[in-house]
Design a protein around this ligand. Structure first.
Ligand SMILES: C[S@@+](CC[C@H](N)C(=O)[O-])C[C@H]1O[C@@H](n2cnc3c(N)ncnc32)[C@H](O)[C@@H]1O
Length: 249
């Protein structure tokens, strides 16, 4: 995957623009709710950080923030550093060019008040979702917020239900859940009600793998066929399952 190209879609792709707007709203709400004073935030697989940089730039808490964005692609890190500088956030925002899957990337910043895991869960194999969730209490203060996203599809909905269950079991309570058909994503905020765990050095939290390639390809082909033949199999109900009492917008 060319992640630089993927990020360029933020400029043109309507679903991506909606997703970014939603993520910004969630981040902004969290920053309002974090207790007064300096707070720490970390972003896992941060990309160019446009979500948190955008949310911070006009926010009343901007000067309270100490943010570490962990990203492995040098071009994205450079673009992010430039964006943070242009937003006057060079003091508040640091990029760590490195492996976000290892706990050591968060050393000195954990436990944080805000953990951003956008574009992460969808790139983790189903068997490793619980491993990732079980590491989150090492990154979180008691009372921390986790903002995360996941693509929507039939497989996506199954995975989302798994993640919600793992989060519940690990002491996270749902704060805001936006299932957005326009964004093609769930954007979620969870609140950590457990006790933070000490950061175990050099522990692997997950492997970053894109398990969706086949899923996406199959989805695109079937959706095209469905449209052409007007079969209606891709109605929201059919896509996400009848029994999902979610509010889509
Ligand atoms: C789906 S994008 C999400 C970017 C950003 N969080 C967002 O939602 O806009 C995934 C990002 O993870 C980065 N990435 C992949 N493997 C990584 C790793 N092991 N450590 C750090 N970043 C990684 C990619 O370079 C890419 O920028």
């Amino acid at each position: 995957m060319d992640w630089v190209k993927w990020h360029q879609l933020y400029e043109t792709e309507p679903s991506r623009i909606v997703r970014l707007k939603l993520v910004d709203q969630h981040l902004s709400n969290c920053m309002h709710d974090i207790p007064a004073g300096t707070f720490k935030a970390v972003s896992i697989c941060a990309g160019d950080g446009r979500d948190i940089i955008g949310a911070l730039s006009g926010h009343s808490r901007r000067n309270d923030a100490r943010v570490r964005l962990v990203e492995i692609d040098q071009n994205l890190v450079e673009a992010g550093r430039e964006a943070a500088g242009s937003a006057g956030l060079a003091e508040q925002v640091e990029f760590l060019l490195g492996d976000a899957t290892m706990t050591s990337a968060y050393s000195g910043m954990a436990p944080a008040d805000l953990v951003v895991a956008c574009g992460v869960f969808g790139n983790v194999r189903e068997q490793q979702l619980s491993q990732l969730v079980s590491h989150l209490p090492q990154l979180c203060q008691a009372g921390a917020y986790v903002v995360w996203t996941h693509y929507l599809s039939r497989t996506g909905m199954r995975r989302i239900e798994l993640i919600r269950g793992f989060l519940r079991a690990a002491g996270f309570i749902e704060r805001q859940m936006d299932f957005s058909d326009q964004a093609g994503h769930l954007v979620a905020t969870h609140h950590y009600e457990g006790r933070g765990l000490p950061l175990v050095d050099n522990s692997r939290m997950f492997e970053f793998k894109d398990p969706r390639k086949l899923d996406i390809l199959r989805y695109r082909i079937l959706r095209k066929l469905d449209k052409k033949l007007r079969l209606g199999f891709f109605s929201k109900e059919r896509r996400y399952g009848k029994d999902n009492p979610k509010i889509f917008h």
